[in-house]
Design a protein around this ligand. Structure first.
Ligand code: BGC
Ligand code: CA
Length: 365
C-alpha cells in the first residue's frame, strides 16, 4: 500500500517536472513568437557586451500613425542604432495605440511586463496620463513623454517623468512672421484689394498643445506685424491631409474665390488644402497662399516646388536624438549630467523657418 502511494507521488513529481519543462518550452516558443510579432527592433549595429551589463529595453507607444510621427520614430530608430555602437545592446519595442487611450494604457502594462526598463510615450490623450504614470511608478520604469505634452501638474506626479518636444508658441510665431513677410512683399496676395487678408485656418486635434497655441500665436503675430485680417472660416482636420481637403472643399464652396490665405497647423493639412484647389482646377493666379508647419518630406518638397509658400521645421532629428540619449542615460545611469534640460525635466528643440530660399538645407538632412 505504502509502496503504491510512494509510486504515485514519485510519478506526480516527475510529471510536474515534465510539465514545468514543457511549460518553459512553450513559454520560450511563445516568447520567441512574441518577440517576432511585436516587431522588436534589435539594432544590428554589432557591439560586444558582457552578460552582466543591463540591456537597454525601450518600450515606445505612440498615439496613432501619422506623417510626422512616422518620420520622428524612424529618426529615433536610426539614432538608437548609432548609439548602440557605444553602449549596451538596445532592444526597442514599438506600439501604435490607434487613437485609444485604453489601448495605450494596456500597451504600457504589456511593455513593462515584457521587461522594458524605460518607456517613451506619445500620449493619445495628453490630459489623461495618470494610469500610465501609476504603472510606471509602481514598477520604477522612467517615462519620456514626447510630442504630446502632459500638463504641468501631471509632470509633477513623479520625478522620473521627462518630456521631449518643442515650444508650440515658437512655431505659431514663426508661421505668422513668414506669412506677414510674404504679404508685405507681394500686394497680389490681397486679391480683392480691400486692404485686408481674408483667411481660413485648418487646425489639428482639439486639446493638443500644438493646435491651441499655434493657431493663437500665428494670428496674433500677423496682427502685430500690421496685417489686417478677416477670418472667413476655420475647421478641425486632425492633422490629416484627406480631412483637410474635405474641409477646404466646403470652405471654397461657401466662399468661392474669396480665400487669400490658408494657415494650417501642420504640413499635411496645408497639402490637403492644396489638393482641394488642384481638384477644383484652380489656376495658379487664383490660388491663395498656403503655410504649414513640420517640414515633413512632402512638405519640404512642396516648398521646393513653390506650392507651399513656407513651413516651419519641427526638428524631428533633434527630438529623436534627445529622446534616444535620455533613454540610454536613464537605463545605464550614466551621462545624465551631460543632458541639458530647458525646464525641470523637459527638453524643447527649436523650430526653424523654411522658405524656397533655404529649403535645400533641410532637404538633405
Ligand atoms: C505635428 C503634427 C502631428 C502631431 C501629432 C505635431 O507636433 O506638427 O504633424 O500630427 O504633432 O501629435
Ligand atoms: Ca483681401
Amino acid at each position: 500500500m505504502n509502496e503504491i502511494v510512494q509510486y504515485e507521488i514519485d510519478l506526480q513529481i516527475e510529471m510536474c517536472i515534465k510539465i514545468e519543462v514543457f511549460d518553459m518550452k512553450i513559454k520560450k516558443i511563445c516568447l520567441t513568437a512574441m518577440i517576432v510579432s511585436m516587431g522588436i527592433l534589435l539594432c544590428a549595429c554589432g557591439n560586444q557586451q558582457s552578460d552582466a551589463e543591463e540591456k537597454i529595453r525601450i518600450g515606445v507607444t505612440y498615439y496613432n500613425h501619422d506623417t510626422f510621427l512616422d518620420q520622428l520614430i524612424a529618426c529615433f530608430k536610426e539614432k538608437l542604432c548609432e548609439l548602440e555602437g557605444s553602449t549596451s545592446e538596445i532592444i526597442v519595442t514599438i506600439r501604435d495605440a490607434s487613437g485609444s487611450q485604453r489601448t495605450q494604457d494596456d500597451q504600457v502594462m504589456e511593455l513593462i511586463n515584457a521587461g522594458c526598463n524605460v518607456l517613451c510615450v506619445n500620449l493619445v490623450d495628453r490630459a489623461d496620463p495618470s494610469e500610465i504614470i501609476d504603472l510606471a511608478r509602481e514598477n520604477d520604469v522612467p517615462i519620456i513623454f514626447f510630442n504630446r505634452e502632459p500638463v504641468a501638474e501631471d509632470m509633477k506626479q513623479w520625478d522620473r517623468l521627462y518630456y521631449v518636444g518643442a515650444y508650440a508658441e515658437q512655431s505659431g510665431v514663426m508661421q505668422g512672421e513668414l506669412a506677414a513677410a510674404a504679404i508685405w512683399s507681394n500686394d497680389q496676395i490681397d486679391r480683392n484689394k480691400d486692404g485686408k487678408i481674408q483667411y481660413v485656418i485648418l487646425e489639428g486635434e482639439p486639446g493638443h498643445q500644438d493646435t491651441i497655441i499655434r493657431t493663437g500665436s500665428a494670428v496674433d503675430t500677423l496682427k502685430k506685424n500690421g496685417i489686417e485680417l478677416e477670418k472667413l472660416s476655420g475647421g478641425i482636420a486632425n492633422w490629416n491631409r484627406a480631412q483637410a481637403q474635405n474641409r477646404i472643399m466646403q470652405m471654397i464652396s461657401q466662399y468661392p474665390n474669396k480665400i487669400e490665405l490658408v494657415l494650417a497647423n501642420n504640413d499635411d493639412m496645408a497639402l490637403g488644402a492644396i489638393d482641394a484647389y488642384k481638384k477644383l482646377n484652380y489656376t495658379e493666379s487664383a490660388l491663395p497662399i498656403f503655410f504649414g508647419i513640420d517640414g515633413t518630406d512632402a512638405g519640404l518638397k512642396a516648398v521646393a516646388d513653390s506650392k507651399l509658400y513656407a513651413t516651419v521645421y519641427n526638428d524631428k532629428e533633434g527630438q529623436a536624438a534627445a529622446m534616444a540619449e535620455l533613454a540610454v542615460a536613464l537605463v545605464v545611469k550614466d551621462g545624465m549630467d551631460e543632458i541639458e534640460f530647458d525646464e525641470d525635466r523637459s527638453i524643447y528643440l527649436p523650430y526653424d523657418k523654411v522658405t524656397a530660399d533655404n529649403v535645400e538645407k533641410f532637404l538633405v538632412e
